[in-house]
Design a protein around this ligand. Structure first.
Ligand code: RUB
Length: 316
């Protein structure tokens, strides 16, 4: 693997760059830069190097199908249009493919914000977890439409991504309250009192499965479960380009396990620590998935993905 690519892989793996969308943007930027370093190579070497580096970048976090699908899109575009081109022209084509995918992501983000913002009514208490740029954009859009949302977010241990959410929303002059992760379920439950009743839960997604369940930051499962129990609607905000093609063939979804040191850097010897990055929200807890096609039901995912994104099923 090229040294520059290795640096980016490390940044993604260490969460210096976090969130599925942000990771994918950096993967595409890095691939474009890699393309401009390969101009002296043959066409076959060019494509094989882009494939190899793309794979390493996409696999820097194990549960990030958006990055994987972005690389697949780029390779598919190169393979379908490479005939008769020089290496220099291939490098230009690579730039175009990366640019197209980024435009698509931006377009989806806009569509999701547009579909999600009307769910936020005036003075609603909105609960969210971790940091999802997609959820953040829905809330900001609602605020711009004068809805004055009151946002409650978790701190998101062990790496505190909730602080990113809090800072970004405060910057937009949105009212934000933070709770520790272990307070989330109690806060959402009716037992926390009328003043603290949440009206709606928005969660992001790292991975969407063909059956409509969603993988997101660990803690999402419990939040969605209690919200369902309390009849508070749970919406997941995500582009369906985050769908994991492997879930069409197998129900098993691997969840990223991270270093124990994130939880307790100098913990006692002999203590076992399991550090899940994500968990899985069963489809039965999800009221709707806010995506580029509007607000859809979890059961619609397989059909929509097969219809609109057949290229994601190709081998990387
Ligand atoms: C981030 C996380 C986010 C999704 C969606 O986890 O769970 O909700 O990635 O983000 P981590 P976005 O911090 O471990 O990457 O909506 O920005 O794609």
């Amino acid at each position: 693997m090229n040294r520059e690519v290795q640096k980016v892989v490390t940044k993604i793996a260490s969460l210096e760059i976090q969130g599925a969308t942000q990771i994918t943007k950096i993967v595409l930027d890095t691939l474009q830069e890699e393309g401009s370093r390969l101009l002296k190579k043959s066409k076959t070497q060019f494509i094989s190097s882009i494939r190899k580096n793309g794979k390493s970048l996409a696999e820097a976090r194990p549960t990030e199908p958006l990055a994987r699908n972005a690389v697949q899109f780029v390779l598919h575009y190169l393979e379908s249009n490479k005939k008769g081109l020089s290496t220099l022209q291939l490098a230009r084509l690579l730039k175009k493919a990366c640019h197209l995918f980024m435009v698509l992501l931006k377009y989806h983000d806009g569509k999701i914000a547009e579909a999600g913002a009307p769910l936020v009514k005036s003075h609603m208490k909105v609960f969210t977890h971790c940091h999802s740029s997609t959820v953040e954009h829905i809330i900001i859009r609602a605020k711009k439409k004068e809805k004055t949302p009151y946002v409650f977010c978790t701190e998101t241990r062990p790496l505190y991504q909730g602080r990113i959410t809090a800072k970004k929303l405060l910057k937009e002059k949105i009212n934000v309250t933070m709770v520790v992760d272990s307070a989330a379920e109690f806060l959402i439950s009716k037992t926390s009192g009328r003043e603290l009743m949440m009206d709606i839960v928005f969660l992001g997604a790292d991975s969407v499965t063909s059956g409509g369940s969603v993988i997101n930051k660990v803690g999402s499962y419990g939040i969605a479960q209690v919200a369902k129990h309390e009849k508070i609607p749970v919406y997941v905000a995500t582009s369906l380009l985050k769908t994991d093609p492997e879930t069409f063939a197998s129900k098993y979804v691997g969840i990223e396990l991270r270093d124990r040191k994130e939880i307790w850097p100098k913990g006692p010897k002999g203590l076992k620590i399991v550090n899940f990055a994500f968990d899985r929200i069963p489809s039965k807890f999800i009221k709707g998935i806010i995506c580029e096609f509007g607000i859809v039901k979890p059961r619609d995912i397989a059909y929509l993905v097969e219809k609109h994104y057949p290229w994601i099923f190709k081998q990387l």
